[in-house]
Design a protein around this ligand. Structure first.
Ligand SMILES: Nc1ncnc2c1ncn2[C@@H]1O[C@H](COP(=O)(O)OP(=O)(O)OP(=O)(O)O)[C@@H](O)[C@H]1O
Length: 361
C-alpha cells in the first residue's frame, strides 16, 4: 500500500479585497515526493505556501500535515507546531553563530550529537571544512547551502520552499539544486517547492502543479505536462510555441500543412494548432519541390527564411510560409541559412496539439 500523503490540502481559498488569489486549490504530496507549484508571478503560489506554513490563514479549505488536521474553518495550529521545514530565498543565518551552531540551532540532544548531525549534513552539501566558520566568512552560495542544511537538520517530514535557489548564478544553482534534491530524497521528506521557472520545476519535480490565476489548471509528472498540455497557455509556459489557426469543418481543419483532425469540435469553431519549435522538420528545396507527404509529417509547406541566429546549443530559424504565418524552428548545432532561402517545413503530427480558441469574454 502506498504511504499516506504527508501533505493534503483540499479546497484551499484565500481572498484579498474580494478577489480569490487562491481559489479552491487541492493537492497531496507523498513522503519523498517533490511537488513543484509552478506558475507566473502573482498567480497565488506563495500565498498557498504561506497558508500551509501557517503564517496566513485560508478563508476556506483544509490542510492536513502527516494526517493531522492543522487548519480548517474552526482551528489553525501555529506555524511552530506544524513540524514543517521552511526555506525561502531571503533566508537569514544567525551572524553571531558558527556554521555548526546555525545548522544545529533547531536540534535537541547532547552537544556532541548535534555537532555530529551538523557535520553529516554539511558534508552532504560539501561544506564540512567550514563547520567552524562564521556566516560572513562564506560566499552567498555557501551561506545558502548552510541555510539548507539548517532547514533539513531537524528532519522535517514536510519541507516548504519558496524560490529557494533564485539569486544564485546558473552553475551554482544547478549544483545546489541537485544536492538539495539528493538530501531531501534520502530523508524521505515531502517537498512543496514554489517556482515561476519551468526549467527548475522540470529538473526538480516528481509532480508539477501548474497554477494560473489562483487555480491549479493541470497536475502531472513533468513529461506529462510538457507532452500533454491542457491548453495553449500551458503549452506556451514551457517553451516558445508556434500557433497555426484554422476553422473546423466536419471535424477537420485546413492548414498549409494539410488537414488536421479536430474530433468532437463543432463546425465553425476556431482552433489553434500548437507546435514547439523543435518539432518542425526542415527540408531543402529541390527546384521548387519538397519532400513527399507522409502520415507522420503530413503535407510539407513551402517557406522562406526570414532570419537565423545561433543561440548556443541550437540555432533559431524564423520562416515565413508562402501561405500564412511566420514560424520558428530550432535546429541542433549551427544552421544559418541566408534570409530569402526557400525551404520546406513539415510538422510532426504526433507532436502538435489542437485546442479550441478561448471565447472572447
Ligand atoms: N497580504 C496581501 N494583501 C493583498 N493582496 C495580496 C496579499 N498577499 C498577496 N496578495 C496578492 O495575491 C496575489 C498572489 O500573490 P502571491 O505572492 O501568492 O503570488 P506568487 O504566485 O507567489 O507570485 P511571485 O512569483 O511573484 O511571488 C498577488 O496579486 C498579490 O498582490
Amino acid at each position: 500500500m502506498p504511504d499516506a500523503p504527508r501533505v493534503q490540502i483540499a479546497g484551499l481559498t484565500r481572498r484579498f479585497g474580494g478577489r480569490a488569489v487562491v481559489d479552491d486549490v487541492s493537492l497531496s504530496i507523498a513522503p519523498g515526493q517533490v511537488t513543484c507549484l509552478l506558475g507566473p508571478s502573482g498567480c497565488g503560489k506563495s500565498t498557498t505556501l504561506r497558508m500551509i506554513a501557517g503564517v496566513d490563514r485560508p478563508d476556506a479549505g483544509e490542510i492536513r500535515l502527516d494526517g493531522r488536521l492543522v487548519c480548517d474553518a474552526a482551528r489553525s495550529v501555529p506555524p511552530e507546531d506544524r513540524g514543517v521545514g521552511l526555506m525561502f530565498q531571503d533566508f537569514a543565518l544567525f551572524p553571531h553563530m558558527s556554521v555548526a551552531d546555525n545548522v544545529a540551532f533547531g536540534l535537541s540532544g547532547s552537544r556532541a550529537e548535534k555537532r555530529a548531525r551538523a557535520q553529516a549534513l554539511l558534508g552532504r552539501v560539501s561544506l564540512d571544512r567550514h563547520i567552524d566558520a562564521y556566516p560572513h566568512e562564506l560566499s552567498g552560495g555557501e551561506q545558502q547551502r548552510v541555510a539548507l542544511a539548517r532547514a533539513i537538520a531537524p528532519r522535517p517530514r514536510v519541507m516548504l520552499m519558496d524560490e529557494p535557489f533564485s539569486g544564485l548564478d546558473d552553475r551554482l544553482r544547478d549544483e545546489i539544486r541537485d544536492q538539495t534534491l539528493e538530501v531531501l530524497k534520502e530523508e524521505g521528506t515531502a517537498v512543496l517547492l514554489v517556482t515561476h521557472e519551468p526549467q527548475e520545476a522540470m529538473r526538480m519535480a516528481d509532480e508539477i502543479a501548474l497554477m494560473r490565476e489562483g487555480r491549479i489548471v493541470q497536475t502531472g509528472a513533468p513529461y506529462n505536462i510538457y507532452n500533454n498540455p491542457v491548453d495553449r497557455e500551458a503549452a506556451g509556459f514551457f517553451s516558445d510555441i508556434n500557433v497555426i489557426s484554422g476553422e473546423v469543418n466536419g471535424a477537420l481543419t485546413q492548414t498549409p500543412f494539410g488537414q488536421f483532425l479536430a474530433p468532437g469540435v463543432p463546425d465553425g469553431t476556431r482552433v489553434d494548432i500548437v507546435i514547439r519549435p523543435q518539432h518542425l522538420r526542415i527540408d531543402f528545396d529541390r527546384a521548387g519541390r519538397g519532400p513527399n507527404p507522409t502520415p507522420q509529417d503530413g503535407t510539407p509547406a513551402r517557406a522562406v527564411v526570414e532570419r537565423a541566429r545561433f543561440i548556443g546549443r541550437e540555432s533559431l530559424v524564423e520562416f515565413r510560409l508562402e501561405a500564412g504565418p511566420c514560424l520558428t524552428a530550432t535546429v541542433p548545432s549551427v544552421f544559418l541559412p541566408k534570409p530569402g532561402t526557400p525551404m520546406w517545413l513539415a510538422i510532426r503530427r504526433d507532436r502538435c496539439f489542437v485546442f479550441p480558441q478561448a471565447k472572447e469574454s
